[in-house]
Design a protein around this ligand. Structure first.
Ligand SMILES: N[C@@H](CCC(=O)N[C@@H](CS)C(=O)NCC(=O)O)C(=O)O
Length: 216
């Protein structure tokens, strides 16, 4: 029988990784459909995938035939249809702070390290491999510094207090990417402490890029 939920994902896409964690935390089973972001010029650019996400990015979650792209929109949807366990606190101010943490990753870091951005920097602006690496590091450091300052005030066992929230689901994949890009992390002890606390939890372990069917 076809699965009710289908996730279009790329194993090392940090935005896909966030959604895999959320689906696991909410115990939602799904069919995994890989989209290779580099092969054949990037499968996300194909006409069929473009119908699912006009921005030509993963992830895209299909539920009951409806495509939803943008990990924040997917989190919001999952929280509405399957509230337990809550990934956003119910208290409005707390909820806003968790969203703020997510958005530091989602708007302040990740878009600036995207494959399409790197390709544009190289093609149009002549960036060398070294310059692209430095670019990625710079934006990671700016965002991580903000996360460190914020988490010093909000962290308990996890990023926001003692319950796992969406903030943890966004931080773990970002640290995975930062490590892949060689970003030095020693100046962010609170972020790392949170990362180490959550990465051990089963929903996070199962969502790890190395555990995905398209892992290389
Ligand atoms: N804000 C989006 C970001 C999605 C995104 O940037 N996905 C990347 C992989 S992590 C992608 O598909 N990149 C394809 C490309 O750059 O061509 C979300 O949260 O879903």
């Amino acid at each position: 029988m076809a699965s009710e939920f289908v996730l279009y994902s790329y194993y090392r896409s940090s935005a896909s990784y966030r959604v895999r964690i959320a689906l696991n935390l909410k115990n939602i089973k799904y069919e995994y459909r890989p989209v290779h972001l580099l092969n054949n010029g990037g499968e996300q650019h194909g006409p069929e995938y473009r119908k699912l996400n006009p921005l030509k990015q993963v992830p895209c979650l299909i539920h009951a035939g409806h495509p939803i792209a943008q990990s924040m929109a997917i989190f919001d949807y999952l929280e509405n249809i399957s509230p337990e366990p809550h990934l956003f606190p119910l208290e409005p101010f707390d909820r806003a702070v968790v969203t703020q943490i997510c958005e530091i990753v989602n708007s302040g870091i990740q878009p600036l390290q995207n494959a399409a951005v790197m390709q544009e920097l190289e093609k149009t602006y002549g960036f060398s491999a070294e310059q692209k690496k430095n670019w990625i590091k710079e934006w990671n450091h700016r965002g991580l510094r903000a996360l460190e300052d914020l988490l010093k005030m909000t962290a308990g066992d996890y990023a926001f207090g003692d319950d796992v929230t969406a903030a943890d689901c966004f931080i773990v994949p970002q640290i995975f990417s930062a490590r892949r890009f060689g970003v030095e992390l020693e100046n962010y002890p609170t972020v790392l402490q949170v990362y180490h606390a959550v990465e051990e939890l089963e929903p996070f372990v199962l969502a790890h890029p190395s555990r995905q069917p398209d892992s290389e």
